[in-house]
Design a protein around this ligand. Structure first.
Ligand code: AKG
Ligand code: FE2
Length: 275
């Protein structure tokens, strides 16, 4: 028997098209499709996963939160590690790129906000486990980074990089007027082959193999960012680009490091709630 979707998600997710709450039936078929797409292209796009009214609500809630974003503007390598001086200057391990983004931490997102309801919906994590083929998937235990909203304003861009996690679930809540494109090169490296030459040419501006992900508001994007290098091009226009990033892991209790929390949110501890 199919469990009914819980009332707090009603109206937010298009269950008819994406029956993720039906793990033994249609949800399993959908998981199989996503699994295949991830293997083939490094991404799987669930267009219209969030309903039009759900997206409108999420965009309005995101805009209310945007002023609380911690803004960083810095330089980094594609590996998100400090530059490794043992390599030649132009080498990807050493090359610095500029990057700037604002991030609203989980503890600043009200419990009743629509994106938080979707993230905290257990059936979604269970369905993701089916997609990636492991027994369970857990939401991050990180009080700041588990769910966060990235706010990119005019002129901001995200550097070419690999994620340090296997997979990312994201949803564009609001697009900017121009630019802000999510570009990636599927499977540019493997655990065995770092492919530094190819990455160096990409950083030099060679466009071979670059694909633009079709991120539309309402699409739930599953992306394997550890092996597919990606970036967000500079945002243009006065409308901020808002993306919700939903953090999961195959192990329970996972947090990001204090270093990463400080960098992304400007603090390591959640803001205390009143008595
Ligand atoms: O903003 C996006 O669409 C992607 C963000 C991203 O790649 C990251 O935070 O690692
Ligand atoms: Fe990323």
């Amino acid at each position: 028997m199919t469990a009914a979707p819980p009332p707090e998600i009603a109206g937010l997710v298009d269950f008819a098209r994406y029956p993720v709450h039906d793990p033994a039936g249609e949800g399993a078929k959908l998981a199989e499709r996503c699994r295949r797409e991830l293997a083939e292209t490094g991404a799987s796009m669930l267009e219209g996963f969030i309903t039009p009214s759900g997206v409108a609500r999420m965009a309005a809630e995101g805009m209310r939160l945007a002023s609380k974003a911690w803004r960083t503007s810095s330089h980094g390598t594609a590996y998100l590690d400090p530059p490794d001086e043992s390599f030649p200057e132009s080498h990807p391990k050493r090359r610095l790129q500029s990057t700037s983004v604002g991030a609203v931490a989980y503890d600043l997102i009200p419990a009743q906000d629509a994106i938080r309801r979707v993230y905290e919906w257990d059936a979604l994590a269970d369905w993701l486990a089916q997609v990636i083929g492991c027994e369970r998937v857990y939401r991050y235990a990180d009080p700041l980074g588990a769910l966060n909203v990235a706010v990119m304003e005019e002129g901001e861009r995200l550097l070419w990089h690999f994620d340090q996690t296997d997979f990312v679930v994201s949803s564009l809540l609001q697009d900017c007027e121009r630019g802000g494109d999510f570009e990636y090169v599927p499977h540019i490296r493997t655990p065995e082959e770092p492919n530094y030459d190819r990455i160096e040419r990409l950083l030099d501006g060679e466009r071979d193999g670059v694909v633009t992900l079709d991120m539309k508001p309402g699409t739930m994007a599953l992306f394997m960012g550890r092996y597919s290098i990606h970036r967000v091009t500079a945002v243009e226009g006065s409308t901020p680009r808002l993306v919700a990033l939903l953090g999961y892991d195959t192990r329970p209790g996972i947090m990001s490091s204090d270093h990463l929390k400080l960098r992304r949110y400007g603090r390591t501890e959640p803001i205390p709630t009143g008595p």
